[in-house]
Design a protein around this ligand. Structure first.
Ligand SMILES: [Zn+2]
Length: 441
């Protein structure tokens, strides 16, 4: 039950680690395709929901019975992993804020800008000459935290399957993509800053939304294959029930793909993504290995819910609104900071790339403060997808089991039950929040 983000785990595209909290990090929040990480070990069978008469079920008691099947140590491990994520959000924010201030106060940012201006007279190329050293500096300074969060900690909790070198190689690929995508985006944004010094916030919102759309379009074709192999799922006993649900919901696809996620992780996940003829249903090999057919159906129906309910487009729209408000506030705060510290930092105006760390600092702070709000939006979509998933799959037990597996293996625990359907429970995940912040949950 997750929404994954472009520069986030799904593509193992470590932009957020690299330029957080710069503008591009927003992509992490803004851009959502769908995927549901789940799964793992066998739980003892709790009461079968479907077997009972709907009126006889007390959802709260039934939920307790399910939760009681999870051993205490697993539950504690899951909670510890999850709560650690909240702290990591804070550490990441503080570290990046410190880096931004360092770049401004030391005038390193102004010096990199001077270097860019000496290197070329072409404005767009000056932005590129600034952006590349900027990304390198930030990636280097954030590497220790990145290493802890995405490699050491993942191994500590038994979620990672990669040794250091393959992991590091993927980090480098992600960084390469960050440089390419980030530089293109910054060139476009600074063109807007130069041409519309007062109304740039509105135009920048449009640039960001177009950029996000472009990314969602090319990601499955050009980015995902850099990290994983997608091949058609050949097992008809799994594939056909999934395609039957897809047909019933008018999802325009005839194939189900299997992705070799076990290369990187033990987590289970799936997604239905794409548009304009690129629609694709994919599930990972961990899901296939570790879950039963009713569980797989429940997961896939949840993912189809994201697609059918247009969650991608809705989240993109919300992101657009959030971006507009964020940029408008950023403009006010940026101008105020410039009046006070502009000379000291050697930053001339919004159109001066030397001000990028200030822009990143302001925008990153707003983004950080908006975290609860953004998480709420994602949770709402997850609840909708859950309800859709139960309705479509008619697998309340599969749904409940997979929710518990999600807790014990993916370490994103679900604890808040509600009466979703006559014979089922709706599980509201804490997990969704982590989907935003993390790569490959
Ligand atoms: Zn989901």
């Amino acid at each position: 039950m997750r929404s994954s983000a472009f520069f986030s785990r799904r593509f193992r595209y470590q932009a957020d680690a690299v330029i957080k909290p710069s503008i591009i990090t927003l992509l992490g929040v803004a851009f959502v395709i769908v995927a549901m990480p789940v799964c793992a070990e066998e739980n003892p069978a709790p009461p079968a929901a479907a077997a009972q008469s709907p009126s006889a079920i007390d959802p709260a008691a039934a939920t307790k019975a399910w939760l009681a099947t999870v051993p205490r140590d697993k539950r504690e491990k899951s909670d510890a992993y999850f709560e650690g994520r909240y702290w990591l959000l804070l550490w990441n924010f503080l570290l990046t804020a410190a880096i931004c201030i360092l770049l401004l106060e030391s005038r390193i940012s102004a010096r990199v800008r001077d270097f860019a201006e000496r290197a070329t007279k072409v404005r767009s190329l000056q932005i590129a000459c600034y952006a590349i050293p900027y990304f390198l500096i930030v990636a280097t300074l954030t590497f220790p935290l990145n290493l802890y969060e995405n490699f050491l900690r993942e191994h500590q909790y038994g979620l990672a399957t990669q040794s250091f070198l393959p992991w590091f190689r993927e980090q480098l690929i992600g960084f390469g993509l960050t440089i390419i995508g980030g530089t293109i985006l910054l060139i476009a944004l600074y063109a807007v800053f130069r041409k519309a010094p007062r109304t740039w916030w509105a135009w920048a919102t449009a640039v960001m939304v177009i950029f996000l759309l472009g990314v969602v379009f090319i990601a499955p074709v050009f980015i995902e294959p850099l990290f994983n192999t997608y091949k058609p799922l050949m097992k008809p006993e799994i594939r056909d029930p999934i395609l039957a649900m897809a047909r019933a919901n008018q999802i325009p696809t005839r194939q189900v793909f299997e992705v070799d996620a076990s290369r990187q992780t033990t987590r289970v996940s799936a997604n239905v993504a794409g548009f304009l003829g690129t629609t694709r249903i994919a599930l990972n090999d961990n899901l296939l290995k570790q879950c039963t057919l009713p569980e797989i159906r429940a997961v896939m129906a949840h993912e189809m819910g994201h697609y059918v309910l247009n969650h991608g487009a809705k989240l993109l729209t919300y992101s657009g609104i959030f971006l507009a408000i964020g940029f408008a506030l950023t403009r006010i705060l940026f101008d105020a900071a410039m009046r006070r510290w502009g000379v000291r930092w050697g930053v001339r105006s919004i159109a001066d790339p030397a001000g990028l760390p200030l822009l990143a600092l302001i925008f990153g702070t707003l983004l950080f403060l908006a975290t609860p709000f953004l998480n709420t939006i994602v949770r709402v979509t997850e609840r909708e997808a859950d309800a859709f998933g139960i309705n479509t799959s008619r697998e309340p037990d599969g749904m409940a089991k997979v929710a518990l597996k999600l807790g014990s293996k993916n370490l994103s625990f679900l604890i808040t039950p509600a009466d979703a359907h006559a014979s089922a429970w709706q599980w509201i995940g804490k997990s969704q929040t982590c989907q935003l912040a993390n790569r490959r949950h």
